[in-house]
Write a protein that binds this ligand. Structure first.
Ligand code: PSU
Ligand code: MN
Length: 305
């Protein structure tokens, strides 16, 4: 497996010396935000992680390798190249074997992180069970990855393009704890509320790290969702977003969008319909997640022998 991994010097040094490392995904760069905000966000998020005592490792696929840590020019490539594939568990062997460029989703990034020995990952929002998923069976592979791969995912919940109730039910079935970080409610990405609770609330990085350590020492494989609500000042109105989501869902249905294109289509429509506002919120919440993830990585590293 190691033959498929390459590291930047910064990340290699951190991993060899058991320093705290935070994984970051590339789908959010290639498919989640427009240029040049995407590359600016990617660099800023890396810097926030360093300022909080950890080393950032942005993960992506290039030249037949899973890159653990990207250089500035590689980040630029992911931010601008129009032929970047979206890589989840299913897509990984194809994209590696054909030498294509691939941006990893939450699932794809968790796989790379686990292979590299990274246990904390910061992102925006996770995939989940889609609305009408009980008919379409459109359930993100992020959820099954969380069931099997030992990485804590710090996110702002999930967008309400999804069926959040069924997403939480699925996570329960799969044994994935959903932790509210200083929160009692599961956040819905742009908004701090969703109407759904979390399984447990924890208020410090140390408490989260101790729970991760306990889960994995018990041999209970799988991830944890660390739900960190968007900061109050950057949150959007729940109802405003809902209107955009309803329109996006309707258009997706009319146009027969299916498979891995569903999520990017919906994200893009919502982005268009809410103008620049949602992008600002998106960037703010990712930065906040990076800060919390770095603190958790520092606390988790301190618990390791
Ligand atoms: N949700 C967001 N922003 C994103 C994604 C989801 O609010 O960028 C991306 C993530 O990379 C996530 C993926 O892992 O979409 C899920 O895609 P799918 O639903 O096809 O599994
Ligand atoms: Mn899907």
């Amino acid at each position: 497996m190691k033959q498929y991994l390459t590291y930047t010097d910064e990340v290699r040094h951190a991993l060899e010396n058991r320093l705290p490392v935070v994984a970051l995904e590339t789908t959010i760069i290639s498919h989640g935000m427009p240029y040049p905000q995407n590359v600016a966000m990617a660099k800023e998020v890396e810097q926030i992680i360093r300022e909080n005592g950890a080393v950032p490792a942005t993960i992506g696929i290039m030249d037949g390798k899973i890159k653990i840590g990207l250089t500035e020019s590689e980040l630029e490539e992911f931010a601008t190249n129009k032929s970047v594939e979206k890589v989840s568990r299913r897509d990984l062997p194809y994209v590696l074997a054909t030498g294509r460029i691939g941006a990893t989703t939450v699932a794809g990034t968790m796989i790379g992180a686990q292979m590299a020995g990274i246990h904390v990952f910061a992102t925006g929002g996770i995939g989940g069970v889609h609305r009408e998923g009980e008919i379409t069976w459109d359930v993100s592979a992020d959820l099954t990855e969380l069931a099997r791969t030992n990485v804590a995912v710090v996110c702002a919940g999930a967008k309400s393009i999804l069926d959040l109730g069924r997403t939480l039910e699925y996570l329960e079935t799969q044994g994935v704890p959903v932790i509210g970080y200083k929160a009692d409610e599961f956040p819905s990405f742009y908004a701090r509320e969703s109407g759904y609770g979390v399984d447990y609330r924890l208020d410090t990085p140390e408490a989260v790290a101790t729970m991760m350590d306990t889960k994995w020492k018990l041999g209970l494989n799988g991830g944890l969702v660390i739900a960190n609500p968007v900061p109050e000042a950057d949150a959007l109105d729940h109802r405003e977003i809902e209107a955009a989501i309803v329109t996006a869902l309707k258009e997706a249905k009319e146009q027969g969008i299916a498979g891995k294109n569903v999520t990017p289509f919906l994200l893009d429509k919502v982005k268009q319909l809410t103008a620049g506002k949602s992008l600002q919120t998106n960037i703010a919440l990712v930065k906040h997640n990076a800060e919390v993830a770095a603190k958790i990585a520092v606390a988790f590293a301190a618990l390791q022998p």
